[in-house]
Design a protein around this ligand. Structure first.
Ligand SMILES: *[C@@H]1O[C@H](CO)[C@@H](O)[C@H](O)[C@H]1NC(C)=O
Ligand SMILES: *[C@@H]1O[C@H](CO)[C@@H](O)[C@H](O)[C@H]1NC(C)=O
Length: 217
């Protein structure tokens, strides 16, 4: 509960500057050309708010199958009128946290249920760096957003020591430390090879999922 409250407070500071940038990017064409070339525009179950608190503020993954959506009344960033609404993913989806960078860079956290097949784990060697296969994305937009989320065996997000991605085998910065999620924006993306990696720093068995969104500009 403490952590939730802290997150919420952090979110409010974001809302002040980022409220206008929440709109979700226009869907791009889905195309899968070969197994290593994936679509870069996954928008499946999106967070939404109930009629009595209709204004979407932000969202996180409560678990691998459940979105936690912050919803309010009007544009005021008033904690007293903000509620948390829970939504389930569809059976073949997993929840991925990301910052949907539509207009600005990274602004408000979002969670989306996606059907990503980009899944890997560290079960073979829990203390080693664990990386996904290499993937290229097709995108109708110039820029893409990539995201990773890490889940513990109980299906809850779990922090790891480091999370990063490479593009054409070069490290992308920043590297995330002591987080359960990772987002980066790749400008002028043109089918470069992406690989996603994490290192737990513990011997916990964890599972990672990664996906990418095309960003409309
Ligand atoms: C990532 O996780 C941190 C907590 O570790 C949280 O504060 C942040 O909002 C999350 N980011 C996204 C994009 O959901
Ligand atoms: C990535 O590699 C491909 C193929 O070698 C090359 O065409 C492309 O320019 C590279 N992109 C970057 C950003 O280095």
């Amino acid at each position: 509960m403490k952590m939730l409250f802290a997150q919420l407070c952090k979110l409010y500071t974001f809302f002040l500057v980022a409220f206008a940038t929440i709109a979700v990017g226009a869907p791009l064409e889905n195309e899968i050309m070969n197994p290593n070339l994936k679509r870069a525009n996954i928008e499946l179950t999106l967070p939404y708010c109930p009629a009595d608190h209709p204004v979407y503020k932000a969202s996180l993954c409560n678990s691998i199958t459940e979105l936690m959506v912050y919803c309010g009344i009007g544009s005021a960033d008033d904690p007293a009128t903000t509620i948390i609404s829970y939504m389930n993913c569809k059976p073949d989806e997993v929840c991925v946290e990301h910052y949907h960078a539509v207009e600005s860079e990274l602004d408000v956290p979002h969670a989306t249920c996606t059907d990503t097949k980009n899944k890997w784990d560290n079960f073979d060697n829990p203390n080693a760096i664990a990386c996904s296969g290499k993937t290229s994305y097709i995108s109708g937009s110039k820029d893409i957003e990539i995201a990773i989320i890490i889940y513990a065996s109980d299906g809850k997000p779990i922090q790891v020591d480091s999370l990063y991605a490479t593009e054409n085998d070069s490290m992308l910065y920043p590297i995330n430390n002591n987080m359960h999620n990772y987002t980066n924006v790749l400008r002028n993306y043109n089918k470069e090879t992406i690989q996603y990696c994490f290192h737990t720093g513990t011997y916990a068995d964890v599972t990672a999922y990664a996906t990418a969104w095309g960003i409309s500009v």
